[in-house]
Design a binder for this molecule. Structure first.
Ligand SMILES: [Zn+2]
Length: 227
C-alpha cells in the first residue's frame, strides 16, 4: 500500500505545480505531497489538489494522476460546460480556479434549494408566505419567484393568542364578534351561549381552558391576539 502524506505549506520561493504546470508563486499556500513508497515529493496548488479529487474517480485518484491527465480533465470540463466561452481561455491554473469557484457555487445552490424546499412546499399547499422587503420588513406575497437567498422568505407565522386576563377584557373582545355571546366548543363539536363572564382568580384558569378548545363563531380563537 502506498502511503501518501499531504502537508499544506506557504511557498517560500516559487515552485512549479506538478498538476497544472503553472508556477506556485512565493507566499501562496500549496500542498506538499510526500509519497513514501517512491520517496518522492510533489508540490501542487491547493485548488489543483482540491479539483483533482473532484474530477477523478476514487480509483484513478489512488493510482496517481499525471499532469497530462489532469490537464485533459480540466479541458474536458471546460469543453463540456463552457465551450468557446469568453474568459475560459486563460492558463490551466486560471481555469482551475474558475472551475473550483463554479463547483463551490453549485454546491451552495443545492444547499440553498434544500433550505427553500419547506417554504416552497408550504406555498404549494396554499399557506401564506412572507418576503422580506428592502427595509427588512416581512410582507405577505403570492407573487414569488424564489430566486433570492432563502433568508428572504418565511412561512407567515400563525398569530399567537393568550387567555383573557379578566372579565373586562373578555367582554370587550366578545363585543367584536357576531352573533354576540355564541362560541364553538371544538372538542365537543357544540355551539353554546356564554351565560356568565367569570372574574377573579378562578377565571384565569377558565379562560385558559376556553382558549384551548373554543373559538368565536367566526373562527377566531377565544382569547386575545398577541402582537
Ligand atoms: Zn496547479
Amino acid at each position: 500500500m502506498t502511503s501518501i502524506i499531504n502537508t499544506e505549506l506557504k511557498a517560500r520561493k516559487q515552485h512549479t505545480c506538478c498538476l497544472c504546470g503553472c508556477p506556485i508563486e512565493k507566499g501562496e499556500q500549496y500542498i506538499r505531497q510526500f509519497q513514501q513508497e517512491d520517496r518522492c515529493t510533489l508540490k501542487m496548488h491547493k485548488d489543483c489538489f482540491g479539483l483533482l479529487s473532484e474530477l477523478s474517480d476514487q480509483e484513478d485518484y489512488e493510482e496517481g494522476v499525471s499532469s497530462e491527465d489532469f490537464i485533459n480533465r480540466v479541458d474536458d470540463y471546460v469543453n463540456d460546460n463552457h465551450y468557446q466561452e469568453d474568459g475560459w481561455n486563460g492558463s490551466v491554473y486560471e481555469r482551475v480556479k474558475m472551475i473550483v469557484k463554479e463547483l463551490e457555487e453549485k454546491k451552495m445552490n443545492r444547499s440553498e434549494a434544500k433550505e427553500l424546499l419547506p417554504i416552497i412546499q408550504a406555498f404549494a399547499e396554499g399557506r401564506a408566505i412572507e418576503l422580506k422587503d428592502s427595509y427588512g420588513k416581512w410582507v405577505e406575497s403570492d407573487l414569488l419567484a424564489f430566486d433570492l437567498s432563502p433568508k428572504n422568505y418565511r412561512i407567515k407565522p400563525e398569530p399567537k393568542y393568550r387567555p383573557f386576563k379578566d372579565k373586562e377584557e373578555c367582554w370587550q373582545e366578545m363585543l367584536k364578534h357576531k352573533p354576540f355571546g355564541w362560541i364553538e366548543d371544538k372538542e365537543a363539536n357544540e355551539y353554546f351561549n356564554v351565560q356568565c363572564i367569570a372574574s377573579g382568580d378562578k377565571a384565569i384558569d377558565l379562560y385558559t381552558r376556553l382558549l384551548k378548545r373554543c373559538v368565536f363563531i367566526d373562527g377566531t380563537p377565544f382569547g386575545i391576539k398577541e402582537e
